[in-house]
Ligand binder design. Structure first.
Ligand SMILES: [Zn+2]
Length: 410
């Protein structure tokens, strides 16, 4: 960004936090009113942290806590820090502590959503269309498969109900698991849940490329692995063989050879052919033509190695890990970190999400009288629902919160 773009970005952010950031909804969400009586001051004990910029230098402000939406907005819009003009870049959400902070007192983290974080660069090994932070519609399919595999694991295996799926603004997704008992879980429980979900851990020399597949028959595997295989199979041809031609990649070949060796399918002739061929469909046909009782288990490992969700485990396993909140603006792409429907993730296209300049342009077209606040002790009117490209995501968030707080009818 040149200096002018930088100035525009900062100015736009200010208007965004004033009128388009769903501040009251963020407070309503994190209050979990169904579980918490107001006197517990649950929301006020939540840590927020902020990244700000002064003259191009960024700094962090940790352990900020707020009574309500008004306090949070006042802080977001306050651009004076120690007599210098600062700009808020992003906000992070931390844990709920045992008490409000007092100087010199130690705080204990009591609750935090488990957030499952998947970044596209974890797939660099198997994708050929882009690398690093870049994404396109082709490689986004990896994350759609990840959602398809994780959805039944979370909703059925763990019986969870309240998962807020959020696009991280550039190359990944965050699944905020908000169920009450999950928020209260210890680091050990967090690690156990992530351990259950994270089976694609081996490198090319690992004893197991995919964990828990020592059985010789697919039918004897844990049902969740069989289910993941069934789901991934449906995408393997299009994504791995056609779109990405992943099997020609050297490290992928190395892993395939390890799997074929471990399942005792590999012979010198097959190894030589796999080394020489650079067309994924041909390699796959060759593997599938092998006559072995263990062929199915080898295919399962290769398919899951390519398509099983690659979780960034350390984000999920500690209770006081800070993470960028929903409706942040990603500073590099200027895209809004919008929620999406996990049950319909194939319909979500990250390249269609609203950008900061576009929604600020739409905001500027709204009449000024809509933007006046009633008095100085109130938050500024929220106009996100008036912005066509933003309003469906606001609606999704609102529905998520009201579903959470709806009393259960037995
Ligand atoms: Zn791509």
């Amino acid at each position: 960004m040149n200096d002018q773009d930088q100035m525009d970005f900062y100015r736009n952010l200010h208007f965004y936090y004033k009128h388009l950031f769903p501040i009251q909804m963020i407070v309503d969400w994190l209050s979990y009113a169904k579980d918490n009586q107001p006197e517990l001051r649950y929301f006020s004990r939540r840590e927020f942290s902020f990244e700000r910029s002064i003259d191009g230098e960024t700094f962090y402000q940790r352990y900020q806590q707020f009574q309500n939406a008004y306090g949070l907005q006042k802080f977001l819009l306050d651009n004076k820090q120690n007599d210098q003009t600062s700009t808020l870049i992003k906000y992070d959400i931390g844990a709920v502590f045992d008490k409000l902070p007092k100087k010199g007192e130690k705080l204990k983290a009591m609750e935090k959503e488990i957030v499952i974080d998947i970044d596209m660069d974890a797939y660099d090994e198997v994708r050929t269309c882009c690398q690093g932070a870049k994404i396109c519609e082709k490689c986004w399919k990896f994350l759609q498969v990840a959602c398809d595999i994780l959805r039944p694991a979370l909703f059925q295996d763990f019986g969870l109900e309240h998962i807020l799926a959020v696009y991280s603004g550039r190359r990944g997704i965050h699944l905020w698991v908000c169920d009450s008992h999950i928020r209260k879980s210890t680091n050990e429980v967090r690690s156990a849940i992530i351990g259950y979900l994270n089976i694609n851990t081996g490198n090319a020399d690992a004893e197991e490329i995919i964990r828990e597949v020592k059985q010789e028959k697919v039918e004897k595997l844990h049902p969740s692995i069989q289910r993941a295989y069934f789901i991934a199979q449906q995408f393997f041809k299009q994504i791995i063989l056609i779109d990405q031609n992943s099997l020609k990649i050297e490290n992928v070949k190395k892993k395939i050879l390890t799997i074929l060796k471990q399942t005792k399918i590999l012979n010198p002739k097959l190894e030589k052919s796999i080394q020489e061929i650079n067309d994924s469909s041909q390699i796959w046909d060759l593997i599938c033509s092998q006559d072995s009782e263990r062929l199915e288990i080898a295919k399962l490992q290769i398919i899951l190695m390519c398509l099983y969700p690659r979780l960034d485990a350390h984000v999920s396993t500690t209770i006081n890990h800070l993470l960028k909140g929903p409706f942040s603006i990603h500073p590099k792409t200027q895209r809004v970190c919008v929620p999406f429907n996990l049950k319909n993730s194939s319909q979500f296209n990250p390249l269609d999400t609203p950008t900061l300049p576009s929604i600020i342009k739409q905001l500027a077209q709204l009449p000024d009288e809509l933007k006046q606040r009633e008095n100085e002790n109130k938050i500024f009117p929220f106009l996100g629902k008036e912005i066509p490209s933003l309003s469906p995501y606001i609606q999704l968030f609102e529905d998520f919160i009201s579903k959470y707080n709806k009393p259960k009818i037995n």
